[in-house]
Write a protein that binds this ligand. Structure first.
Ligand SMILES: Cc1cc2nc3c(=O)[nH]c(=O)nc-3n(C[C@H](O)[C@H](O)[C@H](O)COP(=O)(O)OP(=O)(O)OC[C@H]3O[C@@H](n4cnc5c(N)ncnc54)[C@H](O)[C@@H]3O)c2cc1C
Length: 347
């Protein structure tokens, strides 16, 4: 007898399950391992500032401190380090971008995020218009986090590694049954595969495929941080760098493409003109949503069947806070924020 069945162990299912387990709930996770899941492919960045206009992302003032505390607690419990505070070096592409930075950084609500402009002497990095330093940023080693939490679930007999089959789910009066497994509630955290879920087939996803490269570059050197010039370059150690990422809308093919590789090579070469070698390529589908807000709430078909999905391009910063928000709703009956409650799609 379980309190919860959680379907999916991406970052959404991981954050939800960890918080449920820490609050003493009995949880079974059902997950079919997918090396191309969005969480396995993700670059791993927490960045409060978005886009060309350099605006604060939605709710960052609450989300970021929550995520930091949450992931640090997870690090202690799992006995690993996967959360690294690192500045983002935004390389200006011209004077206009530099001016926009100066205007923004004058606004008091940006003071904690936008730091000084520097004119670095990093010989291998092309930055003639200077670099704005973004703070309160982090890089997560997602591969390590996802793998270690999976092992933790296995060690606690809390993981069923297989594809969830909807034909074997029965909704009773008080409980849900999956084959002979009984639980109070079931929460679906399936990422983009949530589009095939018959309990939530009304939700308006708008998927964004993303690709990334790992490159080897002998002489690329800069202080510990993340280079950002339309794409990101993240040092992984041993002269390896992650180069991310692309956006291809409504493409549901999880394989790497020649177009993706060309776009990423261009991103790298805009920043660094040293010779490099591509050593790995990956692709995944982001569970993006038309109104860019997560999906939380009960199925119109049953009050015991829930969704936690729609993390879009920012699953790493959104998942800890909204997992807690959903748990407060499930366990304490607190209302969901209307921006994330899937009842916003009821007609
Ligand atoms: C190239 C790229 C770069 C990105 N970079 C960043 C970044 O820097 N920062 C950031 O915040 N976000 C980033 N993202 C977005 C981020 O990856 C997503 O927001 C997040 O991973 C979504 O997590 P999820 O748990 O909802 O879905 P997923 O990671 O897709 O996990 C869903 C899990 O459910 C399982 N599953 C689904 N259906 C079933 C079923 N029927 N039975 C069993 N198991 C099932 C899947 O196998 C998978 O393990 C990036 C995405 C991509 C593609």
């Amino acid at each position: 007898m379980y309190d919860y069945i959680v379907v999916g162990q991406g970052i959404a299912g991981t954050c939800l399950t960890f918080q449920l387990l820490m609050s003493g709930k009995k949880v079974l996770v059902i997950d079919e391992y997918n090396i191309n899941s969005s969480s396995n492919v993700a670059t791993g960045i927490i960045n409060p500032i978005t886009g060309r206009k350099m605006v604060k992302s939605w709710m960052v003032d609450e989300l970021l401190p929550f995520a930091k505390t949450f992931y640090e607690r997870m690090e202690v419990e799992l006995g690993i380090q996967f959360y690294f505070s690192k500045p983002i070096f935004k390389i200006f592409t011209g004077i206009q971008e530099q001016n926009e930075w100066l205007l923004r950084s004058d606004e008091s609500e940006y003071a904690t995020y936008l730091s000084e402009i520097i004119y670095p002497e990093w010989p291998s990095v092309h930055a003639p218009f200077g670099v704005g330093v973004i703070q309160q940023t982090a890089w997560l080693d997602m591969a390590l986090l996802m793998k270690t939490f999976r092992t933790y679930l296995k060690q606690n007999n809390a993981l069923l590694e297989e594809k969830f089959n909807f034909d074997e789910l029965t909704i009773g009066d008080q409980r849900v049954e999956y084959r002979s497994i009984s639980a109070d509630k079931i929460v679906f955290c399936e990422g983009y595969r949530g589009r095939y879920n018959p309990y939530f087939d009304h939700l308006p996803f708008s998927f964004a495929k993303g690709e990334a490269l790992t490159v080897h570059c002998d002489d690329l050197e800069f202080p510990d941080g993340i280079l950002n010039k339309g794409g990101q370059i993240i040092p992984l150690g041993n002269h390896l760098f992650n180069v991310g990422s692309t956006f291809q809308w409504n493409d549901l093919d999880e394989t790497v493409s020649p177009e993706g590789m060309q776009a990423l090579k261009k991103k790298f070469e805009k920043t660094c003109s040293l010779p490099y070698e591509i050593v790995d390529r990956k692709a995944g589908i982001r569970p993006t949503v038309k109104d860019r807000r997560p999906f939380l709430g009960a199925s119109p078909k049953s009050e015991m069947v829930f969704v936690f999905n729609g993390m879009g391009t920012k699953g790493i910063s959104l998942s800890p806070f909204f997992a807690s928000h959903l748990i407060n709703h499930l366990e304490k009956g607190e209302s969901l924020m209307k921006e994330v409650d899937i009842r916003r799609f009821d007609n």
